[in-house]
Design a protein around this ligand. Structure first.
Ligand code: RAM
Length: 912
């Protein structure tokens, strides 16, 4: 249309034109908007409900097309109304670049209330984001007095198998509902229903905590499930609370009776409230779950199903009265970590008839969860499904390594077609064997469902080496399988406990793969609760092994190492504040059990599962003195205390710990090091720990590193380290200039090595370097798990060194970070990507016919120091332009074969 014609346009056409223009322009404006705020998190979660943190922290990240963008100021506002009509708190415009874990500073929050918040930001280019989209959070109950429901248990004598009790109650609600919120927990495990539908998509609730001190409750929004006539239903299982737990056949660790607590809070449109409570108006009965136990599995009789039991109108004439328990509410806390949810699913890749004639389905992945199935048959037909991780060398189903855990399902059919999945158990398996099945097994009717804590996936590592990529896959699956509300050592045998040593060894790797911030925050609280009065930290958390099972070096140090890792990775200062006392107490324990600062008392696991050849006539087994190890971890924990005290501004403590560290190191030198710098244990772990924790004076370090290298060579270039030495082995080699050797170890395919299990077809990390020997022999069945993440700690070196992404310790949480890719080992490509609280970091390098390129992605509001492998800055280009002329980066210099530059946010491609 010509401009002159404009004037002649009739008003209606003009309106239409303007409307069309507006429709076109609005998305364009937001597309070109310079600065935007996304991912509003309250306490690490997006729109959490049922949170009892009284001073929550807010995190957001910024997006901008412009390079070098930093936040200059922010403003937060909070309201109880979604349209922000009345403000509960506004921060005002705060000149600050803080966008992570900003504390709420308004008046005290109230229980059971929904809050809405927004943030707007200003950047260093003079841009402003405007108000963000709205984030929300709903508080749980802050106070025990907020509760009024009764703990409800079984009203009749329990049968021997401890069948799962079913509970029900009907209620009507005639007014218009504004919101309905369910608060639920149990001593035991629960599944709850409203009008026949399961409440929530989480499983194995309420999860596992130090139950004697605290039990988490869950909060669910069930607004859309409430009708005028309703039924609530609850089923219970024994779970961790009173089922079999630990490897000594014990049960009833926390109590011998199960019960639940529930409040359904109805808020009506007219402003009134009503609560439907668990109380003596409920009734109970037995149903089809004849037995349910974490280790042993389930026995289920579908003929005993009670159709409609959890719906309104059900005939409950033979249901019995319940019993009220007097537990009170003191131990109740809101759930802090992500609940266990269903994740990936797998169909069988093969149906196998083993040499023994067993019918076996192979799901192709060692995973943790259960199998859902559909079967058809006659009422009373019965079959057994057993779970296993491996087949033995003849190809038969192998369950010996499960020890006393039966890990089976015994299912009795009702008439016709039916579907089923377990309720209160989980299995670690890749294979299932089906015995006594009448009729044909149809593989497609069986689905393996992975269950684990619903942590956000944050990391990606990929490379040009297929076996290393499989190793990364195995590391991640080791984590998936063992981050099931607590970090377990293994998920399949009669153990599945929160072993502290395994957790500390793997915590940094874990934090690359998934966001484990809330997961470990919750677990560390249990650690503190289970910590002994004298400061000793138990071997497992939650502790079910008794008071004496505590204080092993490298295990108990989870108390210091993990909070510090969480601070490094997430920039969370509060976790240091909250754990400080526990950290102090653990270090205090070591100190008070030392003589002249030498800690050589007590029981220690030592360098667990280090390499020990069968026929060891020449001292080839890599035995490291346990007290030497203890002294190294003593120093390491004290070092962490020095850092922590500094961060928290506790100057006096810092000074004391500095003095203590000197004494601990002196004692080490005196007891374990010859004047020429030889360690009394001539093992890789001894040298690795001494070097990594700076136990030796500078002047001795080079020689010690050489001894380490010689030792590795003396085993034909093999590692011999166990749980404690392995995580640091390649880090130490890299630090002292032996990257080449680190690569050789990484790529070793003969055991002991990381890749050996991969070449044997592993899909997870094994507990032992030689869990299955090359000839197929299974090693030490009494302690041999094929899903044990500890040795997966090499993942940290792969991300930090090979891909080269690491936070600057002075600016934790990746506010400032380093990208320093490591070339070598024949790799032609490596990529690391990490979702941080600032956004995604990427470091991806390639060698294409000798042509090197490095792509780096730096989130807004962060800065990176990038090391480009090149000897001279004059040859390095960024996006095809010489870096010396670039406006958007600063050349910091040349260093050991790298050109060092500093960059702000944006995507950069460097070539040379
Ligand atoms: C084993 C566990 C765990 C280890 C302890 C010492 O039973 O599986 O991995 O930390 O022993």
């Amino acid at each position: 249309m010509e401009i002159e014609n404009f004037k002649n346009i009739d008003p209606i056409t003009m309106k239409k034109f303007l409307l069309a223009l507006a429709i076109f322009l609005v998305p364009c404006i937001s597309l070109f908007a310079k600065l935007s705020v996304v991912q509003l998190r309250t306490e690490n979660q997006i729109n959490p409900i049922g949170m009892d943190v009284k001073v929550p922290r807010f995190t957001w990240y910024l997006e901008s097309e412009k390079r070098n963008t930093l936040q200059k100021a922010y403003e937060i506002r909070i309201s109880t109304s979604e349209n922000f009509r009345q403000m509960l708190w506004t921060s005002g415009k705060v000149e600050s670049d803080q966008s992570v874990l900003v504390e709420y500073e308004g008046s005290p929050l109230e229980s059971n209330t929904t809050y809405f918040w927004q943030v707007r930001t200003w950047d260093n280019h003079g841009q402003s984001s405007g108000w963000s989209k709205t984030g929300s959070f709903r508080t749980g109950y802050f106070d025990p007095a907020d509760w009024s429901a009764d703990w409800v248990g079984l009203g009749f004598e329990e049968d021997e198998n401890r069948s799962s009790p079913y509970f029900r109650k009907e209620f009507s609600s005639t007014k218009k509902i504004k919101s309905a919120t369910a608060y639920i927990t149990a001593r035991g495990l629960y599944q709850a229903y409203l009008n026949g539908e399961k409440i929530g998509d989480d499983y194995l609730t309420p999860g596992w905590t130090a139950y004697q001190d605290r039990i988490q409750y869950q909060v669910y929004d069930v607004t859309d499930k409430v009708k005028s006539k309703n039924a609530l239903g609850v089923v219970l299982g024994s779970g961790w609370y009173r089922g079999y737990i630990g490897f000594s056949g014990q049960k009833n660790y926390y109590g011998d009776e199960i019960s639940f607590l529930m409040e359904l809070v109805l808020e009506y449109a007219d402003g009134t409230k009503e609560r439907i409570l668990s109380d003596d108006s409920w009734t109970c009965n037995y149903g089809p779950i004849l037995s349910a136990d974490i280790y042993n599995g389930e026995i289920y009789d579908a003929r005993m199903e009670m159709a409609g039991w959890n719906k309104e109108g059900f005939n409950q004439t033979n249901w019995k009265a319940v019993q009220i328990k007097d537990y009170g509410y003191e131990s109740l806390v809101a759930t802090y970590n992500e609940p266990i949810r269903k994740q990936e699913t797998f169909k069988p890749i093969e149906m196998i008839t083993t040499p023994k004639g067993e019918k076996v389905l192979d799901f192709g992945q060692n995973l943790v969860g259960w199998v859902q199935f559909k079967v058809k048959g006659k009422s009373g037909d019965k079959f057994r499904m057993t779970h296993a991780e491996i087949l033995d060398k003849d190809g038969n189903f192998y369950t010996e390594n499960l020890r006393a855990a039966k890990a089976e399902l015994i299912y009795t059919l009702k008439e016709g077609e039916q579907t089923y999945e377990p309720h209160f158990t989980f299995f670690g398996f890749r294979y299932i064997r089906i015995d006594d099945f009448e009729g044909d097994i149809i593989p497609e009717d069986f689905t393996a469902v992975a269950l684990y804590s619903d942590m956000e996936k944050t990391g990606e590592f990929a490379s040009s080496h297929e076996l290393i990529n499989q190793l990364q896959h195995n590391i991640q699956w080791g984590q998936r399988g063992n981050f099931l509300d607590v970090p377990t050592d293994c998920p399949q045998r009669d153990e599945r406990l929160g072993w502290t040593g395994d957790a500390q060894a793997f915590s940094r790797t874990a934090a690359y793969n998934f966001n484990v911030h809330s997961f470990f925050t919750k677990w560390l609280r249990d650690l503190e609760l289970d910590q002994r009065e004298d400061g000793a930290v138990p071997f497992v958390i939650p502790n079910v092994l008794g008071k004496d099972a505590a204080g092993s070096a490298g295990w108990a140090d989870a108390a210091t190492i993990i909070p510090w890792d969480m601070y490094m990775v997430y920039g969370d200062r509060r976790i240091l504040e909250e754990q400080y006392e526990s950290m102090v107490n653990w270090v205090g324990f070591m100190e008070s059990n030392s003589k002249d600062h030498l800690w050589n008392t007590g029981f220690h696991f030592g360098d667990w599962l280090f390499y020990r050849p069968d026929d060891d006539n020449d001292g080839r087994a890599a035995v490291t003195d346990k007290y030497l190890i203890a002294q190294c971890f003593f120093a390491h924990s004290v070092q962490i205390m020095i850092h922590t005290a500094k961060v928290l501004g506790k100057e006096a403590d810092q000074k004391n710990y500095e003095a203590l560290l000197k004494n601990v190191k002196d004692a080490f030198l005196k007891e374990y090091v010859t004047p020429n710098g030889r360690l009394v244990s001539s093992t890789q772990t001894a040298y690795v720990l001494a070097l990594h924790f700076d136990m030796l004076p500078e002047s001795m370090r080079e020689d010690a590193a050489k001894r380490l290298v010689e030792n590795i060579r003396s085993y034909g270039v093999h590692l011999t380290t166990g749980f404690l030495g392995t995580p640091y082995l390649n880090h130490v080699l890299s630090r002292f200039g032996y990257d080449g050797l680190a690569f050789e170890l990484l790529l070793r395919e003969k055991y002991p090595s990381w890749l050996y299990p991969v070449t044997m077809g592993a899909t997870t990390i094994w507990e032992r370097w030689d869990g299955i020997k090359p000839n197929g022999d299974v090693q030490v069945p009494s302690m041999n798990s094929y899903n044990h993440y500890a040795y997966g700690a090499i993942g940290d070196w792969m991300y930090r060194n090979l891909a080269g992404i690491d936070t600057d310790p002075e600016h934790p949480g990746y506010k400032e970070f380093v990208v320093k890719p490591l070339l070598g080992g024949g790799f032609t490509h490596a990529k690391g990507a990490l979702d941080t609280y600032y956004g995604k970091i990427v470091s991806e390098w390639k060698l294409d016919n000798g042509q090197f390129s490095l792509e780096v992605q730096v989130p807004v509001n962060t800065r990176a120091t990038v090391y480009i492998p090149s000897t001279s800055s004059s040859t390095v280009k960024e996006n095809n332009n010489s870096i010396s002329s670039s406006q958007s980066l600063k050349i910091l210099g040349e260093e050991n074969g790298y050109v060092k530059v500093e960059i702000g946010s944006g995507i950069y491609t460097f070539t040379r």
